[in-house]
Design a binder for this molecule. Structure first.
Ligand code: WTA
Length: 651
């Protein structure tokens, strides 16, 4: 299908009903479930929870004291038990739980029985190192099997984990360890990315030097060689040595339903990342039931979510959701274009993947690389596709549907956030007619609305703010150590309702169309960053006086980071300095935050009250006509910037 055809197809507003063959075998085949859940949302979630294993059943499903919810009150449960032990007494005992592929090409398959043994051994090792129920453990690992093993070992003994994405810098790791006051860090000597080695242990050493709470560092040997000399006596221990001789059995701690399962740091509107709190019973119920219904998971499926476990998508839809369902979850360590641009399709073919869940930014890259790469492989095993992380443009949606799904696979466009724990707006693939670019309907039991500034629902087709109007089991329980920020960020703008930070519109059929963030959060290649975080990194450089960061529309990444910088008195600007600042941001936060462009300016446009007008900067960067600038303190700044921006672009 050429672009012209796609364009005309989109104009005619084509819809995609579930293919009959898919519908006939789907878990959910008609809309009755939506109706039932609307009548009794709490009962819907309760039935989901009842499919899990509880040491003690709950007394009450929901206790809602806005903005605080408690789910399955009084229930006792263990996430690790539900993801592993529950399956061992069934035919799943020797089923593949995790199929792992390393970037260099190695393969490891862990059956549920294998996973049990390895998780128990590490859990016992953690106990031997002094980790107790309630102690936080930070995990900073590449995409290797030890990562889910470590999470499940922590969950087993009731030690909340805080996974830090392996692409984050030493500083970012340090801040997250300090905020969580973690006792143990689990890391690796390195990880592979595009053939190169990511120096995780070096970053970890730098971070831990400033983290007195850390007593022990467990190191996975992934690379070998050099890290040997960096092992600090008394502090650092090799993973393979600490697990050696540990019993392969470790009882799962009965946790209270509302006990902390994990912290996951995410970016907000300030420079300081926030530790999102997720508890046990509600979170597990949410990810369990959404995985089952949205991915229409069947016993024999091979399921692959391409996210990194360092982000929430990996927590919920590589580890907890699929494993709670007893599924086979594929995990890949590396880049999609290594050694060649067909790596994903080679993996789909090799393992006969049935369900593929990825991000729009990846799809746009594939589109740009061309159909020849997927065409090299047999993708006929695929039966369902998914996307997450940012809005998907209809063109990419249709390309995915046609060239990856072969026109036979429904696409679930799933909207959610680190804070929501699991998916909230999504099609159910066997019943919902799809519209490219729309995440369609709230999942059963979920209620969402699009409202204006004053909190009133807007008419169909009109843009507004996306809010959630009733609690859901996977919702965050707070921000670690900062209850005020929790209330302020999510519950103060529209009292009693959860403010998502996203713009959206609802069409006449009640379908939701997500329009991107309305705050200072940006999505760069589906990775969540805050403009303030990048600005803080910049002003930390000795040459920088002031900085403003924005997300500029980008064909592949969705958004790209562009920064406007004023330098200190006496500093000379140069292309070298621009490069140095790019490297500085990458060093302070991680390569994902590296600005695409640095623009030096003599002043930043500010309102009379001194607020930087980022909206204007975005207009300039995207070459749009400027809107109202009457509130600007000195309009001359804008003229100078526009002129200069034009020059920079020609450079
Ligand atoms: C965006 C990722 C449009 C949104 C799971 C949200 C999406 C932010 C979609 C959360 C989607 C996620 N369509 N936008 N299907 N999924 N988003 O915390 O702006 O990394 O607020 O969680 O990603 O990002 P986070």
């Amino acid at each position: 299908m050429d672009t012209a055809t796609i364009a005309s197809l989109l104009q005619e507003g084509r819809t995609f009903p579930p293919p009959e063959e898919f519908r006939r075998q789907a878990h959910i085949q008609d809309m009755r479930l939506y109706e039932e859940a609307r009548r009794d949302p709490v009962g819907f979630w309760e039935r989901g929870a009842a499919e899990l294993h509880w040491f003690r059943r709950w007394d009450k499903v929901l206790e809602w004291n806005p903005p605080y919810a408690q789910w399955f009150v009084g229930g006792k449960i263990n996430a690790s038990y539900n993801c592993i032990d529950r399956h061992l007494s069934t035919f799943r005992k020797n089923k593949a739980a995790i199929i792992w592929e390393g970037e260099p090409g190695e393969q490891r398959v862990l059956t549920y029985q294998d996973l049990y043994r390895e998780v128990c051994q590490l859990a016992n090792a953690l106990k031997a190192l002094g980790v107790k129920r309630g102690d936080r453990v930070t995990i900073y690992l590449p995409m290797v099997p030890e990562l889910p093993i470590a999470m499940l070992a922590c969950a087993r003994i009731g030690a909340p984990h805080s996974v830090v994405f392996g692409g984050f810098s030493a500083d970012a790791l340090r801040d997250r360890i300090q905020d969580a006051q973690a006792k143990v860090l689990i890391t690796a000597d390195g990880g592979y990315r595009r053939g190169g080695v990511v120096p995780l242990k070096r970053n970890a050493d730098e971070a831990v030097a400033q983290c007195p709470s850390i007593e022990k560092v467990i190191v996975v040997r992934r690379i070998g060689g050099i890290a040997e000399q960096t092992m600090q006596k008394g502090r650092d221990v090799w993973w393979h040595e600490v697990v050696q001789g540990q019993p392969g059995v470790c009882p799962a701690e009965p946790m209270d339903s509302e006990d902390l399962l994990f912290l996951l740091y995410t970016s907000g509107t300030t420079g300081k990342p926030k530790g999102i709190i997720h508890t046990t019973g509600g979170y597990l119920t949410h990810v369990y039931i959404t995985t089952k219904y949205i991915f229409d998971l069947k016993e024999e499926d091979t399921y692959w979510c391409t996210a990194d476990i360092g982000w929430v998508t990996g927590h919920s839809y590589i580890v907890y959701g699929p494993l709670a369902n007893g599924a086979t979850s594929v995990m890949y360590e590396g880049a999609p274009d290594y050694p060649d641009k067909d790596r994903f399709w080679a993996i789909v073919e090799k393992y006969r993947v049935n369900i593929l869940y990825t991000a729009p930014t990846a799809i746009r890259s594939f589109m740009r690389w061309g159909e020849e790469y997927p065409q090299r492989h047999d993708l006929s095993s695929l039966r369902l596709l998914g996307t997450v992380g940012e809005p998907i443009n209809p063109e990419a949606w249709v390309w995915y549907w046609k060239h990856i799904g072969g026109g036979r696979c429904p696409i679930v466009d799933t909207w959610w956030q680190t804070e929501t724990g699991g998916i909230l707006i999504t099609p159910l693939p066997g019943v919902v007619t799809l519209k490219p670019g729309s995440a369609t309907l709230p999942f059963p039991g979920v209620e969402a609305e699009v409202v204006d500034e004053r909190g009133n629902p807007v008419p169909p087709g009109q843009g507004g703010y996306l809010v959630l109007t009733r609690p859901w089991p996977g919702m965050l329980r707070g921000i670690y150590g900062d209850p005020q920020r929790y209330t302020q960020t999510y519950w103060s703008r529209f009292p009693g309702r959860y403010f998502t930070g996203d713009g959206a519109k609802k069409d006449a059929d009640g379908y939701f169309w997500l329009l991107g963030r309305v705050d200072d959060v940006i999505k760069v290649s589906a990775h969540r960053l805050s403009t303030m975080e990048i600005e803080s990194a910049l002003v930390d450089h000795p040459c920088v006086a002031e900085a403003a960061a924005i997300g500029k529309n980008h064909e592949v990444k969705g958004e790209a980071v562009v920064v406007f910088v004023t330098v200190k008195e006496g500093v000379k600007t140069s292309p070298q300095l621009a490069q140095e600042l790019q490297a500085h941001v990458a060093r302070k936060i991680g390569a994902i935050a590296r600005p695409d462009q640095v623009i030096f300016t003599s002043a930043l446009p500010k309102t009379r009250s001194g607020k930087i007008m980022r909206r204007l900067l975005r207009d300039i960067a995207e070459g749009r006509a400027l809107g109202d600038i009457t509130t600007l303190e000195s309009p001359g700044v804008i003229e100078a910037l526009k002129e200069q921006y034009g020059e920079e672009r020609e450079m």
